[in-house]
Design a protein around this ligand. Structure first.
Ligand code: PGA
Length: 256
């Protein structure tokens, strides 16, 4: 059985006190999670220590970082290494979110280095991919996303690739209220699995592939019911404990 994951990407929202309020409200209402379902919160770096401390005793509830640098240390002003993340208890790292690719010019080459570094430190990378609206309209979306997988995940060894979680987030659906239909998402998830299968064989069946892009309590059940959708990477709706809880419950219901 593949691992199901519901992840909340808080982006540049919530101060540390606000993050703590969320963690308390959320964890007090969270039902016990089975081992095949992980929930992961991705706060700002500054809230990582406070959240890992607050949630340390909660089984299957993890805290991760939204970004990292590929080097262990050095003269990289403003950057954060995976060693530093691990030292405060982070267990996952988002790599290659479309906002990092667009605003911070992160290329597949840079992202491959980051993914390798995260794995080498024993943390789990959630590698994000997804096409823009122009590529979808031009019918190039399978090629585009296939290339993002081939140039990063397919460059890893099988041992490394076994540690990777993929998140498919069509850029046109992020923060827009426009969601890929469950069928559109399923088709792309199946395509990603096919690309992984052609490089790694059966291992592709064990790779968790999350959907992201305007996941809400209302659409989560239909999205999560798709064969190749193993959970969600949730932005806006992860900022409110009640909404995020409902999304977790949708996954819990389906994965039971
Ligand atoms: P959204 O963001 O749910 O607000 O669309 C998803 C993401 O960017 O990870």
């Amino acid at each position: 059985m593949r691992q199901s994951i519901v992840a909340g990407n808080w982006k540049m929202f919530k101060t540390a006190p606000e993050a703590l309020d969320f963690a308390r409200a959320f964890s007090s209402q969270l039902p016990p999670l089975p081992s095949h379902l992980q929930v992961c919160l991705f706060p700002n770096f500054l809230s990582l220590p406070i959240l890992t401390h607050e949630l340390a005793s909660q089984a299957n509830l993890h805290v991760g970082a939204q970004n990292c640098h590929a080097a262990s240390e050095g003269a990289f002003t403003g950057e954060t290494s995976v060693e530093m993340l691990r030292a405060v208890g982070a267990t996952h790292v988002l790599v290659g979110h479309s906002e990092r690719r667009e605003y911070f010019h992160e290329t597949n080459e840079i992202l491959l280095e980051k993914v390798k570094k995260v794995i080498s430190m024993g943390l789990t990378p959630i590698y994000c991919c997804g096409e823009g609206l122009a590529d979808r309209k031009a019918g190039e979306h399978y090629n585009w996303v296939g290339k993002q997988i081939e140039e990063v995940v397919c460059q890893l060894s099988a041992e490394e690739a076994a540690q990777v979680v993929v998140a498919y987030e069509p850029i046109w659906a992020i923060g827009t209220g426009e969601t890929a239909s469950p069928e559109q998402a399923q088709e792309m998830h199946a395509h990603i699995r096919t690309v992984l299968n052609s490089r790694f064989g059966d291992l592709a069946n064990n790779t968790s592939i999350l959907y992201g892009g305007s996941v809400k309590p209302g659409n989560a059940p239909d999205l999560f019911a798709q064969t190749d959708i193993d959970g969600g990477l949730v932005g806006g709706a992860s900022l409110k404990p009640d909404d995020f809880l409902q999304i977790v419950q949708a996954m819990l219901h389906i994965s039971q």
